[in-house]
Design a protein around this ligand. Structure first.
Ligand SMILES: Nc1ncnc2c1ncn2[C@@H]1O[C@H](COP(=O)(O)OP(=O)(O)OP(=O)(O)O)[C@@H](O)[C@H]1O
Length: 522
């Protein structure tokens, strides 16, 4: 294992849609190996083990990580047990996983030492075929020797030399299969074209430099077919209990950052990630999406696509059934989350009969069901009316305050969410321009003229007044804080300051204050 001390130098490249190529290629190769094994005649009681050569080819072509390699080994083992012509096939259950891991190890070692080729000749198929056969065969005959209680001299003088001879044969057979298979799979689009590599971080020890629920360190990210990065040197730590709002103009990279936080970038979207995102201290490139989902719950803007069952209760139970929860736990947890999100009494209702806001809450409930400690919401209010928006943020605010769930919200519409947030980050053109408490970030936006249309109107009114020389307590983030600030400053809020909408209220108050205070700016 190599310890990575500088994550800014770490690169993870992933080919979009390529994450299951290793499954396809290894399945086809093992199928070929099985057919060859079944039709091969036995020579002196020994049937050639084509499986080893075929899984070596699959591993060399697709470079799976060790977990995936072990999966290939177990499938190969089962095939060999079921199709074996030998009297004791069960040794395959250990020997084949041993062979696949040996193949993957030798492949990585040769790549690391840059000794894959002699001149232009790729010698990896020969070396890996030979060593994988020696390891696999060695394990198999050792088990046979022990289980059948064979004499030591048979084991040493006959069985082990036979393994080496078969290893040499497989060393020749593997390249004979490898080169045509490589051409065929490349032609059919099953292999990455030259230059494309899916990185493997399984051999690294990668630790965050700062503690946090989510830690984004030196992240640059470029989508597969893009020429420009969508995230540029992002550094951001989300602490336990935070309610972080990320905002910025359209196309600035908010959703991309959100997807990086939940590991979907680059694992799902493909592309090239530099730096690292850590979730609960673990590198996202070393976690798979189901594991990430136990730490982070995500609700997307088009939350309807996350709802897949007929009734409210089925939807929440489905999320837990998928993770193997038992019936009693599902019942108890369903009751808890329905209470948390305010859907009690609606369990049997059809999802199609719910309002937009209720479906949104259901999406949150099914995410919360599996107890994630972080909730990420990407533009959750884009299809809600103002009442639905206010209700949603009341709920998310309560989940944060009362249940200790860390929240990250991406939104354009700041009015409703800011009263619940303790932090706010501003993104512009893929860069994180400001990450501070809410007021500091809002001031930064106002002072630098960035994305002014997103500022809450009461805040803009406050800043306009401050600019004109009038200060009224803390900057206003809501109508209530504006009223309190005005009252504290001795300004009676007139009847014109009562309209329901923030816009009317803010402009009315600003007008009043300038009149009362005798200022020159409104
Ligand atoms: N799948 C993709 N492939 C290539 N480029 C993409 C992809 N998704 C987004 N981008 C690009 O990445 C940049 C950031 O997009 P992103 O969706 O993260 O921005 P955003 O701030 O969330 O935008 P909006 O507020 O409009 O949702 C944009 O230039 C966009 O065109």
């Amino acid at each position: 294992m190599e310890r990575i001390t500088d994550v800014s130098k770490l690169v993870y490249t992933h080919i979009q849609g390529g994450q299951f190529r290793w499954v396809t290629v290894s399945t086809l190769m093992l199928a070929l190996g099985t057919i060859l094994h079944l039709v091969s005649p036995s020579v002196g009681g020994v049937t050639p083990n084509w499986t080893i050569a075929t899984y070596c080819v699959a591993i060399l072509l697709t470079r799976p990580n060790y977990k995936q390699t072990l999966g290939i080994g177990l499938v190969a083992a089962l095939i060999n047990v079921l199709t074996s012509k030998s009297g004791f096939p069960y040794g395959n259950l250990l020997s084949e996983p041993g062979g696949t891991v040996a193949c993957a190890f030798v492949m990585r070692l040769m790549m690391g030492l840059k000794i894959e080729k002699i001149g232009k000749l790729d010698i990896m198929p020969f070396v890996t075929g030979f060593i994988a056969t020696c390891v696999s065969g060695g394990i198999f005959v050792t088990i046979l020797w022990q289980v059948l209680g064979l004499a030591n001299n048979i084991y040493i003088n006959a069985m082990l030399p036979l393994v080496v001879i078969i290893g040499l044969v497989n060393g020749v057979v593997t390249p004979l299969l490898y080169f045509p298979a490589k051409r065929l799979f490349a032609k059919r689009g099953f292999l990455p074209s030259s230059g494309e590599i899916t990185s493997d971080h399984s051999n690294y020890i990668i630790e965050p430099s700062q503690e946090g629920k989510i830690s984004v360190e030196h992240v640059n990210y470029t989508y597969s077919k893009a020429t420009e990065p969508s995230l540029k040197d992002i550094n951001l730590v989300v602490h336990e209990g935070d309610f972080l709002v990320i905002t910025g103009p359209a196309g600035c990279g908010k959703s991309t950052l959100c997807m990086a936080m939940v590991g979907a970038v680059p694992k799902f979207y493909g592309g090239r990630l530099e730096g690292m995102v850590f979730v609960d201290g673990k590198a996202t490139t070393q976690m798979d999406i189901p594991e990430l989902a136990t730490h982070i719950g995500v609700v997307l803007a088009d939350y309807d696509t996350q709802l897949v069952t007929m009734t409210v209760k089925e939807e929440v139970a489905f999320a837990m059934e998928n993770r193997g929860y038992d019936r009693d736990t599902i019942e108890t947890r369903c009751k808890e989350v329905f209470k948390q999100v305010g859907l009690e009494g609606m369990e049997e209702q059809k999802i199609t009969s719910l309002s937009g806001g209720q479906r949104q809450r259901l999406a949150i409930a099914s995410v919360l069901a599996t107890n994630p400690t972080v909730l990420v919401l990407d533009e959750p209010t884009s299809s809600l009316d103002p009442d639905g928006t206010a209700e949603l943020y009341r709920l998310v605010g309560a989940l944060n305050k009362e249940h200790g769930i860390t929240v990250v919200v991406i939104d354009h519409d700041l009015h409703a969410v800011l009263p619940y947030a303790n932090r706010m980050a501003l993104m512009v053109d893929g860069e994180l321009r400001c990450d501070a408490d809410v007021t500091t970030t809002l001031r930064y936006m106002y002072d630098n003229g960035i994305y002014l249309e997103a500022l809450p109107t009461v805040f803009t009114a406050y800043m306009d007044l401050e600019k004109a020389g009038h200060t009224f307590g803390e900057p206003w983030l809501s109508i209530e804080s504006a009223r309190a600030g005005l009252a504290k400053g001795g300004v009676a809020v007139s009847e014109t300051a009562q309209p329901a909408s923030n816009v009317a209220f803010a402009s009315a108050t600003a007008q009043d204050v300038v009149t009362v205070g005798g200022g020159t700016h409104a």
